[in-house]
Design a protein around this ligand. Structure first.
Ligand code: UT7
Length: 357
């Protein structure tokens, strides 16, 4: 008998602090008009050290919400896979910190670094582990604290990125459906279009540098932009063909939220109307690995997904990496009483103060 992998819970979390485009006008030479026209972003969430909002803490909060939605206890988990490029520490893995915070003592936990495709790479790993019997129940998390690696003097990048976390619970099941396919791709020859650097070297040159923030982010946005639309279109078409589908079979596209113009370009190529695309880039900016699971969780909680719907997930990011997943949705549309009571963590009233990064 075949084993299928089903998403049975989703959750997300984001920092309280909202940073608007107007706030950023105060620290770099930019404007709300430029940011909205070129990216679609109006605000983003930025974590604070004064609250439990570091990478592992956001990931744990999203994971708890996903487990709650699944009606599952942490000790039932066999695996925790975290996609992130902004762990709190170089090692150990964020996954291990989440494991102990949750009390998921049986789970094998580790991280995947695949730029903005981290969540879909992690989903791919778990999907294959479930299908071959290596795991029965697993958490897949995408989490970023990009504010910790941003250069707040670079208007070309600091206006784009934000912090947050999203999670899904994947479970083995005998019902046909669930995750139908995952595809992952990389092209390392363009790694230098988007990376974190420490000065010109990877180790401090002198003791003076030891106090400096270790990593800053550098991006060639325009060259990335051109590749993004092509790669996203290519992997979406590959995913549809693999499943014998056309774009008409897709109920909802949940793409990586980097820039509304990238999403529109891909969607135009696929011939899918924008009404069938979930976007929240206006409220979160680009949260890298976290963007797809946050959007998926919002879409589910807004009642946009019912069992049997086909959902297409697509991502593109640093590496370069790009990835896709096609899901025949199998989770009930109705929120459980517990979920209703807790509400969606990311929709709680935010504190709109910007004391600076
Ligand atoms: O998450 C996956 C990886 N990331 C991406 O895929 C991001 C892909 N790239 C993009 O989304 C876009 O390229 C950006 C939003 C980063 C930039 O938009 P663009 O339309 O490609 O602008 P550009 O880089 O070609 O810059 C156009 C102008 C430049 O001025 P000049 O040289 O024409 O005078 C920039 O200096 O806009 C200027 N500019 C800004 N102006 C106001 C760049 N950043 C800003 C800013 N505010 N924040």
């Amino acid at each position: 008998m075949s084993t299928y992998s089903h998403i049975i819970g989703t959750g997300s979390a984001a920092p309280e602090r909202v940073v608007t485009n107007r706030d950023l006008e105060q620290i770099v030479d930019t404007s709300d008009d430029w940011i909205v026209r070129r990216t679609g972003i109006r605000e983003r969430r930025i974590s604070s050290l004064e609250r439990p909002e570091n990478t592992a803490e956001m990931a744990t909060k999203a994971a708890r919400e996903a487990l709650e939605a699944a009606g599952m206890e942490p000790d039932e988990l066999d695996m925790i896979v975290v996609g992130t490029v902004t762990p709190d520490r170089q090692f150990p893995a964020t996954g291990c910190m989440v494991q102990t915070a949750l009390g998921a003592g049986r789970a094998a936990a580790f991280d995947i670094s695949a730029g903005c495709s981290g969540f879909l790479y992690a989903l791919n790993t778990v999907h294959n582990a479930v299908r071959c019997g290596a795991a029965g129940k697993a958490l897949v998390i995408g989490v970023e604290r990009l504010s910790s690696v941003l250069n707040w003097e670079d208007r070309g990048t600091c206006v784009l990125l934000g912090d947050g976390a999203g999670a899904v619970v994947v479970s083995a099941g005998s019902d046909n459906g669930g995750i139908l396919s995952t595809h992952i791709r990389s092209d390392g020859q363009f790694w230098d279009l988007l990376y974190a650097y420490y000065g010109e070297n990877h180790i401090p040159d002198s003791l003076d540098h030891l106090d400096a923030k270790p990593f800053k982010l550098r991006m060639e946005g325009n060259r990335l932009f051109k590749r993004a639309i092509g790669c996203l279109t290519e992997i979406a078409v590959e995913a549809l063909e693999h499943n014998g589908m056309t774009s008409r079979d897709i109920k909802l596209v949940v793409p990586h939220q980097a820039n509304i113009r990238i999403i529109q370009g891909m969607i135009r190529n696929l011939g899918i109307p924008m009404e069938q695309v979930y976007t929240n880039v206006d409220r979160f900016g680009n949260t890298s690995s976290a963007s797809i699971p946050i959007a998926l969780n919002e879409a589910r909680r807004e009642g946009l997904l019912t069992p049997g719907d086909h959902v297409l997930l697509v991502s593109f990011g640093a590496g370069l990496t790009w990835a896709s997943a096609v899901i025949r949705w199998s989770m009930e549309a109705v929120l459980s009483e517990a979920e209703d009571a807790v509400g969606c963590a990311i929709n709680q009233a935010p504190a709109a103060i910007f004391p600076g990064p």
